[in-house]
Design a protein around this ligand. Structure first.
Ligand code: TXA
Ligand code: MG
Length: 384
């Protein structure tokens, strides 16, 4: 399987490239390659061809490679290697019932991993042509080649072609599909920067490719298209309205409804929770405005949807120990892009609690509110 990376034998090239990149200097051939730095994993620049070659080889060898996507950073393993995938679950402390998304270099690979009936569904071709590469995951009935651990025993597999040059170069160079959840520990915030990954997972991973901040900032929209159905499993970085314009109305599943847990096992609040209690409150609504009042000794953080929201919150209460504004103009695309970054910053600000202003639920606002609601319910201990 392991094809040469850049001429000659892959084995001869890998150590040289790895040494050069890891240490920034030439080293004698017999120098052992450090698997991990004591302080954390090697972080390589994602836009360097040699980094991609090193990371691809690590993936093929069963290693865990963190890579940037346009949504959030992914914790990748060879999706065809059940042992490597098991390490992903262990590194994240993720429950075994929650399936992973398989990342592909392009849409032509869908036929390799999804059953023909679903792969040939004209809606799949339509969505792939319109939105891939991009923040859309299609859940289709899987072929046997995908090990059961990837899909948590489900008969379906989530497939996505990410829109990030580093992610696609990596998948191509590895020559295997890449199973990758968000690169955070289970129950923590998703990472939108390499530094978030290093702080959260440290040496549990073998390598991190740094691609800078993620452009979209919330995870992909997940839809079920298996066996003729069309259901929204998770709102995300692609607006539901855009998908519906292509293939018609999506079923919306309720969290508590029968069957939802089996179809969408990942919908627990714990995925999106900061480790500080978070409350949603509208500063313009007199009923909820008291959430903005700061009691003596309290350190309250404000997550405002816009500059106007910040002003309203400051009029309703404060002073706030830390403030993050998702988007000055309240644009939902900007809000999605800033969401996890802002929550990471508030989480690090030693706060007693966070008050978050709701955003309008249109376009990507739906994904933002989904994450905020789950964070809020989780921090009250409701849905963990
Ligand atoms: O943007 C994203 O989707 C990021 C990047 C790295 O691609 N990945 C991501 O993965 O958010 P993760 O594992 O954190 O979330 C994947 C979600 C989970 O809620 C999981 O339950 C759902 O997708 N999922 C995956 N395969 C599924 C399947 N076969 N059936 C139902 N839900 C599935
Ligand atoms: Mg996740």
């Amino acid at each position: 399987m392991a094809a040469p990376l850049c001429g000659g034998s892959g084995r001869a090239v890998r150590p040289l490239a790895e040494r050069a990149i890891l240490r920034g200097m030439p080293a004698p051939d017999d120098t052992p390659i450090p698997d991990r730095r004591p302080s954390g994993p090697p972080v390589l620049p994602g836009d360097d061809r040699r980094s991609i070659a090193v990371a691809a080889e690590r993936l093929r060898g069963g290693g865990l490679v963190v890579f940037p996507t346009e949504t959030v950073y992914g914790l990748g393993a060879n999706a065809l290697d059940a042992r490597a995938v098991a390490r992903v679950f262990a590194a994240k402390e993720r429950p075994a019932f929650d399936p992973l998304i398989v990342h592909l270099a392009d849409a032509s690979a869908v036929a390799l991993y999804a059953e023909a009936e679903d792969a040939d569904d004209p809606r799949v071709a339509r969505l792939a042509a319109r939105f891939w590469p991009g923040p859309l995951t299609l859940v289709l009935r899987k072929r046997d080649v995908i090990p059961g651990i990837v899909t948590a025993g489900l008969p379906t597999v989530g497939l996505r072609v990410p829109d990030h040059p580093v992610a696609r170069a990596l998948i191509r160079a590895a020559g295997v599909p890449v199973a990758a959840p968000s690169a955070n520990r289970f129950g923590h915030l998703s990472p939108t920067r390499a530094a978030h990954v290093v702080a959260g997972l440290g040496s549990r991973v073998d390598l991190v490719l740094d691609g800078g901040p993620c452009r979209v900032g919330v995870e992909s929209t997940v839809i079920l298209l298996a066996a003729g159905r069309a259901a929204l499993l998770r709102p995300g970085g692609l607006a539901v309205e855009a998908i519906e314009a292509e293939i018609g109305r999506l079923e919306v599943l309720d969290d508590g409804a029968p069957g939802t847990a089996e179809l969408a096992p990942g919908r627990t609040g714990a995925h999106y929770a900061p480790h500080v209690p978070l409350e949603l409150a509208d500063p313009r609504d007199p009923e909820s405005a008291r959430a903005f009042a700061v009691r003596p000794g309290e350190r309250v953080g404000l997550l405002a949807a816009s500059a106007a929201g910040r002003a309203a919150a400051e009029a309703a209460g404060g002073p706030f120990a830390a403030t993050e504004v998702l988007d000055p103009d309240g644009d939902p695309v900007g809000a999605a892009a800033r969401l996890f970054d802002a929550l990471h910053a508030l989480e690090a600000a030693d706060l007693s609690r966070i008050v978050a202003e709701p955003v309008p639920e249109a376009g990507l606002g739906r994904a933002v509110m989904d994450r905020l609601r789950r964070a809020a319910s989780d921090s009250r201990g409701v849905s963990r």
